[in-house]
Write a protein that binds this ligand. Structure first.
Ligand code: BEZ
Length: 211
């Protein structure tokens, strides 16, 4: 059965461009972005991994580790990383899993046979420090992902893990958030000392509480 939100992310031990990794050991107390791409030495994937490397500080600031995956070999990954570094003006600073056996791809349902029998699609998982799956997205091979959106979702997940709020459409860190429906309007003032706006009884906005 495929993974669903809230499920425990499967553990695995795999060869990577940075040596053998046990996934849970790698996660430790961090959040993780685990993402697959169809193949090494392909143009869109080259830009995606370059973009990810360039966002190192943004991921670190949020206590997020990154790990990529394709079904190519460690040797292939290592050669390709040189190209990514050269063409994207970065240093790839995260491991790339060499999932030649497709063990990890199958556990995470990253192969969608009607898209490709052999290659992984662009799956991306955000996993929290409790190893729970918090976000899953799947893009086709022809569309590179938006890594600003990944950072935005991480900001939302980390905020909503700690406060009784949710984040509205197109929300960005620093903007007003929605008070969780479970909070009674009469309890909001005590919980959210920065104040709130009631637009409708079910739509109450408050300044981002952790700023
Ligand atoms: C790419 O990464 O450029 C790519 C990979 C597979 C199919 C199409 C594009």
């Amino acid at each position: 059965m495929s993974l669903r939100l809230g499920d425990t992310a499967p553990n695995f031990t795999a060869k990577t461009s940075e040596g053998e990794i046990n996934f849970y050991d790698y996660v430790g107390d961090s959040w993780v972005v685990l993402f697959s791409h169809p193949a090494d030495y392909t143009p869109v994937c080259t830009t995606e991994l370059g973009k990810t490397a360039s966002l190192k500080q943004e991921f670190e600031k949020r206590n997020v580790k990154v790990i990529a995956l394709s079904v190519d070999s460690v040797e292939s990954h290592k050669g390709w990383i040189k190209d990514i570094n050269e063409t994207q003006d970065v240093e790839v600073n995260f491991p790339i899993i060499a999932d030649e056996s497709r063990e990890v791809s199958m556990a995470y349902d990253m192969i969608h046979p009607n898209a490709s029998e052999t290659f992984t699609v662009r799956s991306l998982f955000i996993i929290d420090p409790d190893k729970k799956v918090k976000l899953m997205i799947t893009y086709p091979a022809s569309t590179g992902r938006n890594f600003q959106e990944i950072l935005r979702v991480i900001d939302s997940l980390q905020l909503t893990a700690n406060y009784s709020v949710a984040t509205p459409a197109d929300w960005k860190a620093g903007e007003e958030v929605v008070v969780a429906p479970a909070i009674k309007t009469e309890d909001i003032a005590a919980k959210f000392p920065k104040g709130f706006r009631e637009i409708k009884p079910y739509l109450r906005m408050t300044p981002q509480p952790n700023l």
